[in-house]
Design a protein around this ligand. Structure first.
Ligand code: C2E
Ligand code: CA
Ligand code: CA
Ligand code: CA
Length: 278
């Protein structure tokens, strides 16, 4: 018992040390231009199931740490939110992804580019000017860019959120509400809120074939999106059965492992080139 207590302590300590070390590594990676290259952006296709076309991609960041391992965002996004590092990281992801979307467009493929924005970025007073600068520098057409926000930004300060979202949309940039249905926002919040897209959270999609409740929630979200004239994206579509059922229910745009996992920009480029030659 004595031994296991000792081990536990050591284990706990290692956890803390690891977190600190990770934080330091993150910090130094974000400081320099070369360090920023250790963040790699993967892209996951969004598919229109009627036309069978890839209509857009979502940018999803990964981190190549010093040992060369590819670390998923689940392991460093919240850490970089706690330390504020998400602000330079988010700017880097946006800049890089816009540059890539412009390159695809120049080779004849216009894709909608979705980029995730953390609430910490959204609450940063310099967010709007940063966004304008990236739009100008990259020369991306603003209507090609969609920012994915979670409901948390509406829950915190709804008037601030409404104003900032209105200003972003005035630039021509679209706003998507990510993980929809999992947050606190009531339907009355959404009604009249300046949005373009609702993304049905993957938890509902995952369970829809065996849970009547989740299927009912999806049906309600679809009906609401239609009523409010919002576009819909279903995420986490893993099987043909999910895709078929969602299509039957009236959802046209989907994203998930069934179509593709998040892949490198080069892989997207190859897919685009193949579809051109057909
Ligand atoms: P998210 O924005 O909800 O992104 C969708 C996540 O679900 C991605 O995980 C994606 O790989 C995964 N996914 C996609 N299709 C499927 C599927 O069919 N089945 C399953 N089981 N999973 C699927 P990922 O890339 O690990 O990202 C996790 C989260 O990290 C994202 O969730 C987002 O909240 C955050 N994140 C990723 N990149 C960024 C970023 O650049 N900025 C910010 N602020 N957050 C980011
Ligand atoms: Ca997202
Ligand atoms: Ca999501
Ligand atoms: Ca999520």
């Amino acid at each position: 018992a004595k031994d296991s207590g000792k081990n536990q302590y050591k284990f706990y300590n290692q956890g803390l040390e690891k977190k600190l070390q990770l934080k330091q590594e993150l910090e130094s990676s974000l400081k320099t231009t070369s360090g920023r290259k250790s963040f790699e952006i993967y892209y996951q296709p969004k598919v229109n199931v009627h036309s069978k076309n890839m209509i857009g991609v979502e940018a999803l960041v990964r981190w190549r740490n010093a040992s060369g391992e590819l670390i998923p965002p689940g392991e460093f996004i919240s850490l970089s939110e706690e330390s504020g590092l998400i602000i330079p990281l988010g700017e880097y992801v946006l800049t890089e992804a816009c540059r890539q979307a412009v390159a695809w467009k120049e080779s004849g493929h216009e894709l909608i580019l979705a980029v995730n924005v953390s609430i910490i970025q959204f609450e940063d007073s310099k967010f709007l000017s940063m966004l304008k600068r990236v739009l100008e520098d990259s020369k991306i057409s603003p209507h090609m860019l969609e920012l994915e926000l979670t409901e948390s930004v509406l829950a915190k300060d709804i008037e601030y959120a409404r104003k900032l979202i209105e200003e972003i949309r005035l630039l021509g940039v679209k706003i998507a509400l990510d993980d929809f249905g999992t947050g606190y926002s009531s339907l009355s919040y959404i009604n009249g809120f300046p949005l373009d897209v609702l993304k049905i959270d993957q938890s509902f999609v995952r369970n829809m074939l065996r849970s009547k409740t989740d299927q009912t929630i999806i049906a309600a979200i679809i009906q609401m999106a239609n009523g409010l004239n919002l576009k819909l994206v279903a995420e986490g579509v893993e099987t043909q059965e999910h895709a078929d059922e969602l299509e039957k229910m009236g959802c046209e745009i989907m994203q998930g492992y069934f179509f593709s996992r998040p892949v490198t920009a080069d892989t997207i480029t190859s897919t685009l080139e193949e579809s051109k030659s057909i």
